[in-house]
Every structure is written in C-alpha cells, then in structure tokens.
Design a protein around this ligand. Structure first.
Ligand code: ZN
Length: 107
C-alpha cells in the first residue's frame, strides 16, 4: 500500500521495504520543499542536489550567482541518476547531513 504523504506528487510504481521511505516506510515529511538538479549519485541511497538562487547585494544593486547544495535520501522505490531534476521534502534527520528525502523525479 502506498501512503498519502500530503504532497501532490506521482506515486512510485515500485514497492519497497525501505524503512526511510515516505510512501512505504515510517518516514513522515514536513517542512520545506527543495527542488534541484542532482549533482552526485554515487553514494548508496544518498544524492547531492544543487539549486541556483541569485543573491542580491543592495550596496551594488547587482545580483551574484548563489548556489545551495543539500544531501537527500533516495528510497529504494525511486531511481535517480546524475543530472535529473528531483523534488525533495524535508523529513527528520536521517544522518548528519541528510534531512531531505526524494519524493519525485521530474524528467
Ligand atoms: Zn518506497
């Protein structure tokens, strides 16, 4: 059975037995959403993703290119490759630097 996680996202087609899966496990999502491009997918069940956000300097009236990078957990039922655009949702901390979980891959 797939749980309703409260977000309008596509449900994964596969089932999984991952405890840290918002659809099939015990992980609840709440808080912020973060969407970005996957820049690293080598680690097991963890990806890094990056988002560009301009920073405005009022002193110079100019924008600088800002980036923010986070780590996110990938449940077993979702396949993610480097270069994909994904949507992640905040969850409880899974490890030291991982407190987001992938909920959708946007192709
Ligand atoms: Zn799952």
């Amino acid at each position: 059975m797939t749980l309703n996680i409260g977000l309008k996202v596509k449900e994964p087609k596969r089932k999984c037995t991952d405890r840290n899966c918002p659809f099939h496990g015990n992980l609840s999502v709440r808080g912020k959403l973060f969407d970005g491009k996957v820049t690293g997918s080598k680690a097991k069940q963890t990806i890094t993703l990056q988002k560009e956000a301009p920073i405005y300097f009022s002193k110079f009236k100019r924008y600088a290119r800002g980036k923010s990078t986070i780590h996110a957990h990938v449940p077993n039922c979702i396949d993610v490759e480097s270069g994909d655009f994904v949507l992640t949702a905040e969850c409880r901390p899974i490890s030291k630097s991982v407190s987001y979980v992938v909920v959708e891959v946007r192709s």
